[in-house]
Design a protein around this ligand. Sequence first.
Ligand code: PGA
Length: 249
Amino acid sequence: MRKALIAANWKMYKTPAQAKEFVATFLPLVTGHTRDEIVLCPSATSLSAVVDAVAGSNVRVGGQNIHTADEGAFTGENSAVMLVALGVSHIIIGHSERRQYFGETDELVNQKTHQALKHGLKPIVCVGELLAEREGGKTQEVLLRQTEIAFKGITAEQAANIVIAYEPVWAIGTGKTATPEMAAEAHLVIRTEVARLLGREVADNIRILYGGSVKPDNATALLNQPEIDGALVGGASLDAVSFSKIVRY
Ligand code: PGA
């Protein structure tokens, strides 16, 4: 049985004070909840505040982006080393907004995945097709390409620390969710590709999250699919009560 992981992607929302306020409301709502792993991914400026606020609890903290280098002349960037030093354990890599607005390629996603693993951060690697790709019958091809390149040079042992998030781009922030069946079908494509690349055992153990307009009222149907091992939640994770309901699907 794969333990589900429910992650909040706060994107570019919340000041440190707002992040702390969220945690103060959220923690009592998920006290003792061990069925699923819970990860909050605030923006870089709130990481420290959230790490402090969740200390000693069942909640972990993830970043939203890292550079490929340990340090260097890269104005405006943050490194894996810096995030680890703050007490961060997870990192979202290759989110479609990074791919779309910041030019991240499949190759860069692969490099960042290696960099995260090198420093002990658990990568949450995002894949997913655009609306035009789905409508053009290219979903499978896109998922296979993104997965294959993301895993280049990754060993079976390293893969045990990787989580994949399937996020169809047309479902992100749009209120349009993939049906549980559509999501499960995409997850199966990804899992089969992981099996081809790294063997059946790795594929059976790797967690594949669904992301894209997950809300308290659709979380149960999605997360009850055996192929869906958790959720990456944007909009509905900004409110502590709403996110706690998703965690307790
Ligand atoms: P959403 O975002 O839940 O607001 O659709 C999901 C994501 O981008 O990770």
